[in-house]
Design a protein around this ligand. Structure first.
Ligand code: ZN
Length: 476
């Protein structure tokens, strides 16, 4: 029995959040450490979650926006970084360069994002208004040589993501779709990930390097920190001018294209783990799991045949994907712990007494509450339970966000509210320098997204007239 304990999580989420998070990643077999520090291995249980996100989002962007998938190289020539100055400066500190023997050849970077390499091609492909809009997306790996604070899924030197890059003839359609994608992200966070988000525009200081507007969806984690979960950028014509993306319009004049780009990454897996999991292990929203349930038989030697027979019959009658844990060498208690640790949404227990009463016991992973269900009704009850679990997970996330959204009118109350684990709306002038001072003096508090436009209050820091209210928080 001592062994049964050590396979489980040994620290509490409420007591040591970081160790708890790392244990969930490792022990639930979501991820593992890799030989080069700051990199990680995504194991099948983690990749399964990513695959569900990929499948869901591919369908969304294909059906709703007509976006096609493509693939561009990992290697980017250094001269591309010189074309858009602000963009190049933004990424300079974290670009990894390829070391080669022949120093005379041009330096090559590993992509920190693909604007430059994609737009070089776009400039060649786009000729007339008939070629627009051009909407492409790619699923790929990204290398950003982060040097501090690497954490599985949340901050690593290599991660997976999707990046959409579109070109339009008109500024208004470009802007409209920038926001449409953001709405899509918000919907995905709710429906698939069961996470409530704040949605809004970034301030100038937090804007993507080279963009006119950056919009974000921000999740609020149980440790009081916010997590940027997806961004959508209206790039205007900055990159079009730098890369020469022009088209001949209906007026037979030459025009620059209007562009946007948008992305979500494997960081979402970290958000899911932090938001939903507990002291027993991983809790996954049902939509992110292949197997929705496990049937665990409870038997002795003389009842094994009966219980196995009934369990197999039960499995065959259920529409949802799941499995029967028929391993003889483990006790039911050991199996309960293992599937709780790995986050199977529902456990179905069946033993001789249940069979006599024509029932089974269903236990949802998130509540752990046992409920007897007539065998005839199991199939329908599973669908109901999965739906109820999804709703509970989202409601909990929404409640957490709602109860930690605060507001402040002074710098001191802003800092103290953020430091006690809240996300705080405060009037702000919008200036980069002022935001820098707030970040420095508070030891890392940053703006997350713009809340609402206000005209009658003064900036919490500099006292100048506020341009708007902004949500401040500590972010991953
Ligand atoms: Zn200010």
């Amino acid at each position: 029995m001592a062994e049964e304990k050590t396979i489980g999580i040994t620290v509490k989420k409420s007591e040591d959040f970081h160790s708890w998070y790392e244990q969930i990643c490792l022990k639930a077999e979501v991820a593992d450490f890799a030989p080069v520090s700051g990199t990680m291995i995504i194991r099948p249980r983690g990749y399964m979650v990513w695959q569900h996100i990929v499948d869901h989002f591919n369908k969304e962007i294909n059906d709703k926006l007509g976006v096609k998938n493509a693939y561009f190289p990992l290697f980017i020539p250094s001269r591309f970084f010189e074309k858009e100055k602000e963009h190049a400066e933004g990424f300079a500190p974290e670009v990894a360069w390829v070391e080669r023997k022949d120093e005379k050849e041009e330096r090559i970077a590993l992509r920190p994002t693909s604007e430059t390499i994609m737009y070089d091609s776009y400039a060649r492909w786009i000729r007339s208004y008939r070629d627009l809009p051009l909407r492409l997306n790619q699923w790929c790996n990204i290398v950003r040589w982060e040097t501090k604070d690497c954490k599985m899924f949340l901050r690593s030197r290599e991660f997976l993501w999707q990046e959409g890059h579109c070109v339009y003839a008109r500024a208004d359609e470009c802007h409209k779709e920038t926001l449409l994608v953001l709405d899509n992200y918000e919907e995905m966070m709710k429906e698939l990930l069961c996470i409530a988000v704040l949605k809004g525009e970034k301030t100038a200081a937090e804007r993507f390097a080279g963009a006119l507007h950056t919009f974000t969806v921000e999740g609020f984690m149980p440790d009081g920190k916010t997590l940027q979960m997806g961004t959508s950028h209206d790039l205007g014509q900055n990159f079009a001018k730098a890369f020469g993306i022009t088209f001949i319009g209906k007026d037979e004049e030459q025009h620059y294209g209007h562009q946007n780009s948008w992305g979500v990454s494997t960081r979402l897996i970290g958000a899911i783990i932090m938001s939903h999991s507990d002291d027993k292990g991983l809790v996954l929203p049902p939509g992110l799991c292949d197997d929705k349930f496990v049937i665990v038989p409870i038997y002795k030697d003389d009842t094994k045949e009966l219980v196995f027979h009934e369990a197999k019959k039960l499995l065959a009658g259920i529409n949802e994907q799941g499995f029967f844990d028929d391993r003889d060498s483990y006790s039911p208690g050991w199996k309960f712990n293992e599937w709780e640790l790995k986050g199977i949404p529902l456990r179905i227990e069946i033993g001789p007494k249940d069979i006599a009463a024509k029932q089974v016991i269903i236990v949802p992973r998130d509540t752990g509450e046992k409920r007897a269900v007539p065998i005839d009704a199991v199939c329908a009850e599973i669908t109901t339970e999965l739906g109820a679990m999804k709703k509970r997970l989202y409601d909990k996330s929404l409640h957490r966000l709602a109860t930690h959204k605060k507001s402040a009118d002074t710098f001191d109350s802003l800092v103290s509210l953020v430091n006690s684990g809240n996300i705080v709306s405060a009037p702000f002038c919008g200036e980069k320098a002022c935001e820098g001072e707030i970040k420095f003096e508070s030891g890392g508090i940053t703006t997350r997204c713009i809340d609402e436009h206000t005209s009658n209050k003064n900036c919490v820091k500099c006292g100048k007239k506020a341009a708007f209210s902004v949500y401040f928080g500590r972010a991953y």
